[in-house]
Design a protein around this ligand. Structure first.
Ligand SMILES: Cc1cc2nc3c(=O)[nH]c(=O)nc-3n(C[C@H](O)[C@H](O)[C@H](O)COP(=O)(O)OP(=O)(O)OC[C@H]3O[C@@H](n4cnc5c(N)ncnc54)[C@H](O)[C@@H]3O)c2cc1C
Length: 548
């Protein structure tokens, strides 16, 4: 089947009948609006007779997207989450449709595997097509020298939100536009939403709420399990938990996928022999979790766990509190940084912690540098070398042998524009508006070198995101969370472990609070192990819920 047929398949009469059994038939008149762009919780429609016209409103005009004929259906991944619709749909002719509520559609895709496959594939391909168009749903006005601009660009693209980007530095007319609306330099980045709503330098929380990435959370509800973090570990736990009937809420501060979502290509994850980008993997996992009914709230950061209260209380950055009987901590880790005072000035303005297609756009034909000697650094170097003039790999150790997989070392050795500089330390970052030059020093010879490097990728490992748990769960000396048999009798005594049994695998020093993935002490820092831990942990959550 070609891609167009997969995006707009025609259902068989038997498949249409199965949908009809959960929806209701409705006659429509030519021109009748079925749903509009910007609406939330839209319904799902299957054409029975006539046709549905789907358009993308752009300012005062409409751009045709498609016309759906009998047997075809509306919708993309917004139907499974609470995201806003990107399109307007209306009857093109007098005819009839089946209308299905979002919740009923979710139930259908969980129990009907044939329809689930057809609908999921079409929804994902339609969202991908939106992303690749020069979308005008949202315009981001920013500067490549502003860290917040880079932060918001990354947030939008990692959350699959189509947007057009205009750079103040490159296009003087953008500055003129900002001046006309009295928008000062301090207000950049500025987002112009559909309908003309303007957000000046918005926080991630505000942006998430405007985009419908996080629904209103009910503070009175006591949940069975709240998962904190939507990296591979958290998403896997959400898929297994929701598919096994648990009521699951996932809270994620930035974007689904975590560190893996920033990887340009993951080649060692089982089942993807040609590799898969972190973003594609996270997008699929998110859709899968939502299909099973997990609630996923993006742009929501947990700042505190009240471990003395029962049920447990989680406090979010906006002050909201949530109550839950069990918790899965899947907050992973964050990148390690260079110890240079000037670093923050260049973050997002020449210094990056991930190498995806977004960052690679800045590097075409340029010299770039990658710091680090582990697999993530190797992947970034190989990926960037495809378009950069030269990639300098700066490594503190004498070689890559002790820290990198053999296959990547070989690939680096066979890439002529990657230059490995062992025993090398970055000494200075220089530039006016953004990074312009880099100085490094050989630790053995003391020799210094300065190069015109405007893009520096820091891939030096990570520290756990566990500061919000200090004083509550037992951490090791590097602040990773101790679980299961890593908790010695004296640790449990100090934590006043209150039950007779010992902690289960992946259970922390507080009963019913689990930790999985990179944040867990002694975990294997890999996508597959994070996913595996997510699935195992759900079995233990069931056990604890029965004990309570
Ligand atoms: C560039 C790069 C490339 C990689 N390539 C590979 C590879 O090829 N193969 C491989 O096996 N592994 C790879 N890894 C490692 C792999 O990505 C990690 O081991 C994996 O992502 C860990 O998953 P996790 O879910 O435990 O944590 P993370 O992926 O770190 O996810 C944690 C999530 O929690 C969120 N969070 C943190 N604190 C809070 C809070 N207080 N409230 C709400 N949310 C919070 C974060 O925003 C994040 O989304 C790579 C890592 C990087 C950085």
């Amino acid at each position: 089947m070609d891609r167009a047929a997969q995006m707009f398949p025609e259902l068989t009469p038997a498949q249409v009948d199965r949908i009809a059994s959960i929806g209701h038939r409705r006659d429509v008149r030519a021109g009748e609006l079925l749903f509009d762009a910007g609406e939330q919780n839209t319904r799902f429609f299957v054409v029975l007779a006539g046709a549905i016209e789907v358009v993308r409103p752009i300012g005062d005009r409409e751009e045709p997207a498609t016309v759906l004929h009998p047997g075809q259906f509306t919708g993309e991944i917004n139907l499974l989450s609470a995201r806003l619709s990107l399109v307007r749909a209306r009857a093109a002719l007098d005819g009839a449709v089946i209308a299905v509520d979002r919740e009923d559609l979710r139930t259908l895709v969980q129990r009907d595997s044939e329809l689930s496959e057809i609908l999921m594939r079409a929804f994902i391909l339609r969202r991908v097509a939106f992303m690749s168009q020069d979308a005008q749903d949202m315009v981001l006005l920013g500067s490549r020298h502003s860290g917040s601009t880079q932060h918001i660009r990354e947030f939008l693209s990692r959350n699959g939100q189509p947007f057009a980007y205009q750079d103040v530095e490159r296009d003087p007319s953008v500055q003129a536009l900002l001046d006309r609306f009295h928008i000062g330099v301090g207000d950049v980045p500025v987002i112009v939403c559909r309908g003309g709503h303007v957000l000046k330098n918005p926080t991630i929380e505000t942006l998430s709420a405007v985009l419908g990435l996080s629904a209103q959370l009910d503070a009175d509800e006591v949940r069975e399990v709240v998962i904190v973090g939507a990296g591979p570990a958290g998403l896997a736990a959400a898929v297994y938990g929701a598919s096994e009937g648990l009521d699951v809420l996932v809270l994620e501060s930035t974007a689904p996928g975590g560190q893996a979502g920033t990887s340009s290509r993951i080649e060692n994850y089982l089942g993807f022999p040609t590799g898969i980008s972190g973003q594609a993997l996270s997008g699929r996992a998110l859709t899968q979790a939502e299909k099973f009914g997990a609630e996923i709230a993006i742009g929501r950061t947990v700042v505190r766990l009240d471990c003395d209260s029962r049920p447990y209380r989680l406090v979010l950055s906006d002050g909201q509190e949530l109550r839950t009987r069990t918790i899965i901590i899947a907050t992973g880790a964050r990148y390690r940084k260079l110890d240079l005072a000037s670093l923050t000035r260049f973050e997002g303005a020449g210094v990056y912690y991930s190498a995806t297609h977004l960052e690679r756009q800045f590097c075409g034909g340029e010299e770039v540098a990658v710091v680090g000697g582990a697999n993530s650094a190797g992947q970034a170097a190989v990926f960037l070398a495809e378009t950069a003039k030269r990639v300098h790999m700066l490594v503190r150790g004498p070689s890559l042998a002790a820290s990198m997989s053999r296959y990547l070392i070989q690939r680096i050795e066979h890439t002529p524009n990657i230059f490995l500089r062992a025993r090398t330390h970055v000494e200075a970052l220089e530039g006016e508006k953004g990074l312009e030059r880099l100085r490094w020093r050989n630790l053995d010879t003391g020799e210094r070198e300065t190069r015109d490097v405007r893009n520096l990728f820091l891939m030096m490992g990570a520290d756990p995101n566990t500061a919000w748990l200090e004083g509550c769960v037992d951490l090791d000396d590097k602040k990773f969370i101790k679980t299961g048999t890593d908790l010695l009798p004296e640790d449990l005594a100090a934590a006043r472990w209150p039950v007779v049994r010992r902690p289960y695998l992946m259970e922390t020093s507080i009963p019913g609070v689990f930790c999985i993935g990179d944040a867990r002490a002694a975990s294997v820092k890999r996508v597959a192990s994070a996913v595996g831990e997510g699935s195992i942990c759900i079995q233990l959550v069931h056990r604890v819920l029965q004990e309570l």
